[in-house]
Design a protein around this ligand. Sequence first.
Ligand code: ACO
Length: 330
Amino acid sequence: MSTSSTVILGTGAYAPARVMTNGDLTHSVDTSDEWVRSRTGIRERHIAAPGEETSDMGVQAARRALEDAGLQPADIDLLVVATVTPDLIMPAAACIIQHKLGVPTNAACFDLNAACSGFIYALDTACAMLSSGRYKRALVIGVEKLSAIVDWKDRTTCVLFGDGAGAAVVGLSEKPGIGLLGTRLGAFGECVDLLCIPGGGSSAPATPESIARGDHCLKMKGKEVFKLAVRVMDEAARDILEQHHVRADQIALVIPHQANLRIIEAISQYLELPMERFFVNVDRYGNTSAASIPIALDEARRAGRIKPGDLTLLVAFGAGLTYGSALIRW
Ligand code: ACO
């Protein structure tokens, strides 16, 4: 077991070129820009082009993260992809990305499904594997093509989601006290029904009837998810701060899962931290599930909002219902 720190060496993000505004959505469902903006803070989202796959977006974000880290695909020996929208149910998107990116065949490659908490779960997994001393450099990708699983006739969900990818290159450092200081992960498996895709899995293989019913599309009980999200994100944030004897006001920047501006504002109130300490880009991306935190992390770094020595808190919740928080010293 290594005593080194696990540190983020580079980040990258990618969003498809096509932007769909709230106004565009009013042509297909009974909604309005005012309703979507006031309920969620979302103004627009990016939508993958025909033929643009989850793996393609993951590759783009990964290339940018590798460039930022000054590394090559050949330097990677661990590739973890957090996604609920892999190109195929089998095999893993990680293997498709490995091939398209040119990551060596001696790299461990797998997908991880923790929905919107996926990036934090994947980061923790990669860091633990690096700390074991058996891997040297990991590529952690959060990527989603949610446009493929959204019911575009259901106004209660289709206005919320978008496509995109974010990535981080993670490695080991001998400098103590920096990098991933800790995580707090958990799940409420009894809440599966609040947010799920009921059809297409092994319990309900696709039939003409299930497809006609739209069972292969995402279903959500929005109000219940909202209430639970606020509670579990607040708890996950408090737990990790307590574990590490850190006060909320010592956090330079919180990067929350970007699902809904009202959820982020509620967390800001509960933690008594002003909104200026929260990174928000939900207005431009909507909810990109596992991609939301790594996209925001990359934007925050490139905008100069994360400085050496800063403490950053990541916090998320997602289908499962899963939750997670992570504390990073830069
Ligand atoms: N446009 C116009 N009206 C709408 C729309 C829409 N797009 N969607 C719903 N409405 C209507 C409803 O039909 C309802 O009408 P009614 O009162 O006549 O029945 C009314 O607006 C209010 O609907 P609510 O569901 O009560 O609206 P609410 O204020 O709760 O907001 C929302 C809904 C935005 C979905 C909110 O509940 C939410 O954000 N929940 C959390 C969702 C979330 O974060 N999901 C991500 C999970 S992470 C993951 O793993 C994918």
